[in-house]
Structures are given as structure tokens and as C-alpha cells.
Design a binder for this molecule. Structure first.
Ligand SMILES: [Zn+2]
Length: 288
């Protein structure tokens, strides 16, 4: 079991949320059904966010209730507020995620409040979730570099990560939203986070804008981190982070991990098929 690495598939949420062409609900459902055949333990399926913010994911409820859920796959959702959380529970999601930014300016631009307020707003969600026995995951965006403030203070990242765990998150995913984190920068972030949390509480979420993602993943592996977020076809970005390209591609991460002797239990052929489909959807094509 020791050499197992978990790839958390992000494409239906983090991948699609940045796509300007609306992908029909039917296409999303088929796409998620295909992803369910790849062997992922978890698929971030949608976000219960206001449709005004992310019109692409306005159909979260319909998607969640119409996909063919596969046993042993957990279908997760981002829940930015209490209302979103209630809607997520209604749609029977398996797990929810809450998030914070590592810099004040990104926090203000992304969720219209400072970091402290954003964390406070998530307390009732975390409480409700734990009461309902729904696992909560935490995200921190811009852990290495902020599009507005530049370099990020790694101690601040560590402090927020610890805070999220104390609120009840089982794990915190460290997001290099801009993709500008070199291994030196990432190393500093990990060092601070590992002073306050054990490696099993951390996950890596790298965007591959500047081809840093795979090197950063290798660095995380050396530090004992065993969960990585990725999107088939490298879909995704962030609507609030200008110029941010997609998540690191699942197929690339899978290949890297296998070549390093790790197990992922994923079906590479099915992943490649999903990756091709992801690119077609992005170009406005449909499932036949
Ligand atoms: Zn992302």
C-alpha cells in the first residue's frame, strides 16, 4: 500500500469552470460517467457557487443527480457558502471543499473579503458538514505566487493550512494557481507547512502554466505527500487569476508516477480517451 499515490481528478470542476463556451449538462454527465471508469477514487464534479459567478457550473444539481455513480468513487463539490453547502447536501455529494487564498488581494478579488473573514465564513459549513459526516477538504490558492502581490509569504500559507485543518478539513490542497512556483519556492512553502502539519494532511495542486508542475510533484513526493490534483487534458485555470493556464494533466502525472515506481490504480487508456474528449468539449464539440 505504501507506494500508492492518489490522483484527485479535478477536470469537471476546476477544469470546466474556466471554459467560456457553455458545455451542455448532457455532455458534462457523459464526461463524468467516462471519468468514473478510469479508476479515480475522487472526482471533483462541480461547484455549488452562484451561477452569476460561474455560469458554467450552474447545473451542479442536475449533474450530481443524473450521473451514474460508481461504487468506490467519491463525487465531490466546491461549496463557497452555506447556501451552496445546503444545495450540495441536497444533491447528495460525497465530500465538500472550502477554500482560502494565501494573499489578501487575491482573497478580495476572488471572494470579496479578506482572508480572516473568508475563514470565519467557512466555520459554519465545516461544522454542518462534520455533523452530517461529510468530509471537508480545504484549498489554498496562490501558495507560491499571487497575480496581484507577487511573492507569497510561506509562513502565511502554513498558518492558513493549519487553520483549515483545525476547522475540520481532513486535508489541505496547496494550490499553485498561477503556475509560477519554481521548486525553490515550493520547497519553502512545504517547509513551513510541514512545520505545523504532517505530510498526510497535505496535497499538491499545481497548474502547469510554466511547466513547473511535474518537478513540484516530485518534490512533494520526496516530502511524503501522496495526493495530487490533476485534470485530464490539462483542462482548467482560474477565472480570477488572469493568464492562469490549466491544471497539470492527469495523464502526465500518472505517467510520471508510474515511471517513478508508484502505483495509481488508474487505467491509462481510459484516461487518454477522457483527455481527448476534454479537448473536444473545450472546442465546443459534443459527444456523438
Ligand atoms: Zn486549480
Amino acid at each position: 500500500m505504501n507506494n500508492f499515490i492518489n490522483i484527485f481528478e479535478m477536470s469537471p470542476r476546476d477544469g470546466l469552470q474556466n471554459e467560456k463556451t457553455f458545455i451542455t449538462t448532457q455532455n458534462k454527465i457523459k464526461f463524468i460517467n467516462d471519468l468514473s471508469m478510469c479508476g479515480f477514487q475522487k472526482i471533483e464534479t462541480s461547484s455549488f457557487v452562484s451561477p452569476k459567478w460561474v455560469p458554467q457550473l450552474a447545473d451542479a444539481h442536475e449533474v450530481f443527480t443524473k450521473i451514474n455513480k460508481v461504487k468506490d468513487v467519491k463525487y465531490t463539490a466546491l461549496t463557497p457558502n452555506e447556501r451552496g453547502f445546503d444545495n450540495a447536501v441536497n444533491a447528495k455529494v460525497d465530500e465538500v471543499a472550502i477554500f482560502a487564498a494565501a494573499t489578501e488581494t487575491f482573497s478580495e478579488k476572488n471572494i470579496n473579503c479578506n482572508i480572516e473573514t473568508s475563514l470565519k465564513r467557512f466555520i459554519p459549513i465545516a461544522k454542518k458538514a462534520l455533523k452530517e459526516k461529510i468530509p471537508v477538504r480545504g484549498y489554498i490558492s496562490c501558495v507560491s505566487h499571487c497575480p496581484y502581490e507577487g511573492q507569497v509569504n510561506p509562513q502565511k500559507v502554513a498558518k492558513i493550512a493549519k487553520h483549515l485543518i483545525e476547522m475540520g478539513c481532513y486535508e489541505v490542497s496547496l494550490g499553485d494557481t498561477t503556475g509560477k512556483g519554481s521548486t525553490d519556492v515550493t520547497s519553502g512553502v512545504l517547509e513551513e507547512c510541514l512545520k505545523v502539519l504532517t505530510s498526510d494532511k497535505l496535497a499538491g495542486h499545481f497548474h502547469d502554466t510554466y511547466q513547473n508542475a511535474l518537478n513540484n510533484i516530485q518534490l512533494c513526493l520526496e516530502k511524503g505527500i501522496k495526493t495530487f490534483d490533476a485534470s485530464v487534458g490539462g483542462l482548467g485555470g482560474c477565472p480570477y487569476s488572469p493568464g492562469a493556464k490549466g491544471n497539470v494533466a492527469t495523464e502526465k502525472v500518472n505517467k510520471l508516477l508510474i515511471s517513478l515506481g508508484y502505483r495509481t490504480n488508474l487505467n491509462s487508456k481510459k484516461i487518454d480517451e477522457c483527455s481527448e474528449m476534454a479537448l473536444k468539449l473545450k472546442m465546443g464539440k459534443n459527444y456523438d
